[in-house]
Ligand binder design. Structure first.
Ligand SMILES: Cc1cc2nc3c(=O)[nH]c(=O)nc-3n(C[C@H](O)[C@H](O)[C@H](O)COP(=O)(O)OP(=O)(O)OC[C@H]3O[C@@H](n4cnc5c(N)ncnc54)[C@H](O)[C@@H]3O)c2cc1C
Length: 538
């Protein structure tokens, strides 16, 4: 046990600490201005955030003839019975205002010849309603504009290159964070006090061997909240993007859905358009159905390809410069050749359970963006609703914090400092391969039970706090997937291929419950003394 080490040299501002430098974190910081806040980001701003890689854009019913009601209805339909309808209506209803906020922060959304916001179509949207930037450059443009605005806002202090790996608690309320320097996982941690913590750490894709997410998306934010006792909602629902480009890169570059919106088709190695037989909407069917179609072709050995040679041909580079670059750098010319693809872990619908104001079940802890679970996505996310959810909830959290009397700051916090080591690459590979193979596009009881035992053992045995956090999140996903004995939305069980109306409810769980489930399967070694100490800290 030790007391709070020196943190002054980090120059923390104010009593609100936001963890994450993606859209949710930066937008929340800007909305809180001029209140002093500190933003902690593992990667330098503009890097290591899924936001920067978004190609489609943001869904908002700003086009002629479109309406928030229609947007909410599409969101509810795609969520396979689990979307919280009140949340979907408020999300769609607040979209236009948040797009105007982004314009005021300098995001140069594309406009049509009359100067109105240009809107594109994406799968399962009943109208053209995706606002975008220079075709597929939305994410880059959003993060650049917000980074510039944040850096020019004196009330926001940004600390880059440090990551949060534990929450500090006092009297059942969040009282601060334990930080470690990136690249020095085994170094001395830093503890910073906070009266309000906003977790905006993004998704969990990097827990999977094949993913479109950056390495920072390891589910650490979700794990530290769960270790502190926060409720977690719908963790079993992970969306797999059907068209990750398979050119041996980790993470895999993405071929945006908008390509299929523009007429690109899916074929197997024999040139057959396999989605025609799978769904009436063929290539524009909901993501989970397309992902399973692609998965089946890859698993059969026929391979799967995205063919834009007829739909775009010579216009490919102009309309989809990011995808074009990814292909060309791997020696594939998408104007003339089909692109090899496979499904990849892409988006986590589940996360830290939050209410309409982004509050978690723990006093002093809010969560925004992909790390949270608001109920907006249910069992499946409608394309381009995630960036929207990030801004809508970041704004609400800022408003909520402004109107909340926060607990007093603790000047000295008793902290535990678990010894930690760098991640063992073999253990990390085991975790990522187990997630991809057993907790992936197609799941079944035996595979999930094996995964639960593997993650429980890793969580208990590893000497790396980062790997322990990764295993915690993996355990939450796998135990919930095992408990849901049906197929719904993105969660597909080969042993329960049908939807079961009796299970048409969202689930919430705690880490203690997940560990109990693991123990019942014979995989629940009691957390080691080292991990017990971490739990006490967290
Ligand atoms: C390739 C790709 C394309 C996509 N396209 C679209 C799209 O067109 N439209 C759409 O709506 N959605 C899209 N998505 C999903 C969307 O981009 C994300 O859901 C969204 O950007 C999440 O924003 P966020 O702020 O929650 O997290 P992120 O943008 O991922 O930011 C997370 C931040 O937290 C930091 N971080 C993580 N862990 C820690 C830690 N422990 N300590 C400190 N910092 C930490 C990271 O460094 C990063 O700064 C796409 C996702 C991907 C991967």
């Amino acid at each position: 046990m030790s007391s709070t080490p020196e943190f002054a040299h980090l120059g923390v501002h104010g009593d609100v600490v936001i963890v994450g430098g993606g859209l949710a974190g930066l937008f929340c910081a800007l909305k809180l201005a001029p209140r002093p806040v500190t933003v902690i980001s593992a990667a330098p701003l503009g890097e290591g955030a899924s936001t920067a890689w978004a190609q489609g854009g943001i869904a908002a019913a700003v086009g002629e003839g479109d309406s928030a009601e229609s947007h909410a209805a599409d969101t509810i339909a795609v969520g396979a019975g689990l979307v919280d309808e009140a949340v979907a209506h408020r999300l769609a209803g607040e979209a236009a205002a948040r797009i105007h906020d982004l314009l005021s922060y300098g995001v140069p959304f594309d406009r049509d010849l009359e100067g109105r916001l240009a809107v594109a179509r994406e799968a399962a949207h009943s109208a053209r309603r995706i606002v975008h930037v220079r075709g597929d450059m939305a994410g880059q443009a959003i993060i650049s504009a917000l980074t510039e605005t944040v850096r020019a806002t004196p009330s926001i202090k940004v600390i880059e290159g440090w990551f949060a790996d534990g929450l500090m608690m006092h009297d059942d309320a969040v009282a601060g964070l334990r930080l470690r320097k990136v690249g020095q996982a085994a170094g001395t941690p830093m503890h910073i006090p906070a009266r309000a913590v906003v977790l905006a750490t993004g998704g969990i894709g990097h827990l999977y061997a094949v993913t479109t997410n950056p390495i920072e998306a390891r589910g650490v934010g979700l794990a530290i909240a769960a270790r502190a006792g926060a409720r977690v909602a719908d963790p079993e629902f992970v969306q797999f993007h059907p068209t990750a480009i398979m050119v041996g890169r980790d993470p895999a570059p993405l071929a945006t859905e908008a390509l299929r919106g523009e007429g690109a088709i899916l074929i197997n190695g024999q040139g057959e358009r396999f989605m025609l037989a799978a769904h009436p909407l063929a290539e524009l069917a909901p993501r989970d159905i397309v992902a399973r179609g692609v998965f089946a072709e890859v698993a059969s050995g026929r391979g799967a390809y995205l063919d834009a040679t007829k739909a775009l041909g010579a216009h490919f580079a102009e309309h989809f410069p990011t995808v074009y670059e990814s292909c060309i750098s791997a020696g594939i010319d998408p104007a003339t050749q089909p692109i090899p693809i496979a499904p990849a872990a892409h988006y986590h619908m589940g996360g830290i359970a939050v209410d309409m104001n982004g509050r978690s079940s723990l006093r002093g802890l809010w969560a925004a963006g992909e790390v949270s679970c608001t109920g907006a996505h249910g069992a499946n996310r409608l394309a381009s609703n995630s960036l929207l959810e990030a801004v809508v909830y970041a704004a609400r959290i800022a408003e909520d914090i402004a109107g909340t009397e926060l607990s007093a700051t603790k000047s000295r916090l008793e902290t535990h400092e678990p010894a930690t080591t760098p991640i063992d690459p073999a253990q990390e590979l085991l975790l990522r391969q187990t997630m991809a193979g057993k907790v992936g596009v197609i799941r079944d009881r035996d595979g999930l039970a094996e995964a639960v035992r593997t993650f429980a053992a890793l969580e208990a045995e590893t000497t790396s706090t980062t790997l322990a956090n990764m295993a915690t999140t993996a355990l939450l996903v796998a135990t919930a997937a095992l408990a849901r004995t049906e197929s719904r939305g993105a969660h597909y069980r080969a042993d329960y291929p049908a939807e079961n109306p009796a299970q048409a409810t969202r689930t919430t769980t705690s880490l203690a419950e997940a560990r109990e489930r693991a123990a019942a399967l014979g995989g629940g070694a009691a957390p080691s003394p080292r991990l017990s100490a971490q739990s006490a800290l967290a």
